[in-house]
Ligand binder design. Structure first.
Ligand code: SAM
Length: 205
């Protein structure tokens, strides 16, 4: 997976590749799907949600430019895989999930894998997580109709926000960087994510 799906497609940050080697994707899917855990696609995790395609996790992680001292906010804990990858690369990961059963299951996986630098919250992540703001990086693993203003507000100076934006059927990865009071936006690869459901996301599943 790491060689063929990630390195061959442009994921070259060695720290990111090492995180993929350390954090095993099969730990984050039901045992019935373990044989498909390293396939090149998203997989169901229940409640109509998915664990993202490994390449998408790779490109979003690399685009975030994670640094060891960073405090990073993830919106959309899902299986917990993306947050676990980030936990290898940054100081602290703050992750928000709207569906309590998914958050609970991810918490159990962190305990089993002895991951101790991920803090979880159940709620509407389209509004961010003000308590611990600002963040050096914010990564949204669900599709937003537009960049949520609350997330932009919670970016630290020099911070990076990575968020899929577009229609429900298809999005593009948007990257916002903050320099003082100035914000720069660029776009990257096309992608397809489940909707970000919330006040600054889509209204209803
Ligand atoms: N990062 C996840 C992983 O590694 O498995 C995959 C995330 S899945 C594609 C998207 C997740 O976003 C779902 O678990 C969904 O419930 C969650 N979600 C959708 N809207 C949300 C919101 N407003 N706040 C927090 N989580 C939300």
């Amino acid at each position: 997976m790491t060689e063929q799906q990630l390195r061959a497609r442009g994921i070259r940050d060695q720290a990111v590749l090492d995180a993929f080697l350390k954090i095993r994707r099969h730990e984050f899917v039901e045992s019935a799907l373990a044989a498909q855990a390293y396939s090149d696609r998203a997989l169901p995790i229940g409640h109509g949600q998915t664990i993202s395609q490994p390449y998408m996790v790779g490109i979003m992680t690399q685009t975030l430019e994670p640094r060891p001292s960073d405090r990073v906010l993830e919106i959309g804990t899902g299986s917990g895989y993306q947050a676990a990858i980030l936990s290898e690369l940054v100081h602290t990961v703050f992750t928000v999930e709207r569906l309590a059963p998914l958050a609970k299951r991810a918490q159990e996986v962190y305990a089993r894998l002895e991951i101790t630098n991920v803090l979880q919250h159940v709620g509407d992540g389209s509004l961010g997580w003000k308590t611990y703001a600002p963040y050096d990086g914010i990564i949204v693993t669900a599709a937003a109709p537009r960049v949520p203003p609350s997330l932009v507000d919670q970016l630290a100076d020099g911070g990076r926000l990575v968020v899929p934006t577009g229609s429900r059927g298809g999005q593009i990865l948007s990257i916002i960087t903050r320099e003082g009071d100035r914000f720069h936006e660029r776009t990257d690869v096309p992608c397809v994510f489940v909707p970000l459901v919330g006040e600054e996301g889509w209204k209803g599943d």
